[in-house]
Design a protein around this ligand. Structure first.
Ligand code: 5GP
Ligand code: ZN
Length: 113
């Protein structure tokens, strides 16, 4: 399968990694949309949130809690940050391997575009 995030997870292509364990890897976005823009991904491939079975919901929870850990470690927790997961075409997803965006370092606006 030709998936850029699977290749990052396998260390076949480089990324600026900020966290890694057996199940997850987190790295800086190549085209940051905020002063800090980190992506948290599972090493296993799921194309979209729709493809994650209920039995894997703990993995989604770990992605979320890892994002909070990274935010603390990068000194972002007090000022705040935004977590985003885009799903499918209308959600604005462009890489079809699920990932959680951690955006921080500026005031976010609402509603999102
Ligand atoms: P999406 O639009 O699917 O929610 O987010 C995909 C994100 O992946 C985008 O923010 C994009 O900048 C980022 N991205 C795409 N290709 C690469 C890459 O090769 N390396 C890194 N670090 N980020 C990437
Ligand atoms: Zn993948």
């Amino acid at each position: 399968m030709d998936c850029i995030f699977c290749k990052i997870a396998a260390h076949d292509i480089p990324a600026k990694t900020v966290f890694e364990n057996e199940r997850l890897i987190a790295f800086h976005d190549l085209f940051p949309q905020a002063p800090v823009h980190v992506l948290i991904i599972p090493k296993v491939h799921f194309s979209t949130l729709n493809d994650v079975p209920q039995g894997e919901s703990a993995l989604l929870g770990e992605m979320m809690s890892t994002a909070t850990t990274i935010a603390r470690e990068l000194g972002l927790a007090d000022d705040g940050y935004r977590l985003v997961m885009n799903c499918g075409a209308n959600g604005g997803q462009s890489v079809f391997h699920i990932h959680l965006h951690l955006l921080a370092g500026r005031q976010m606006s609402w509603p999102p575009g």
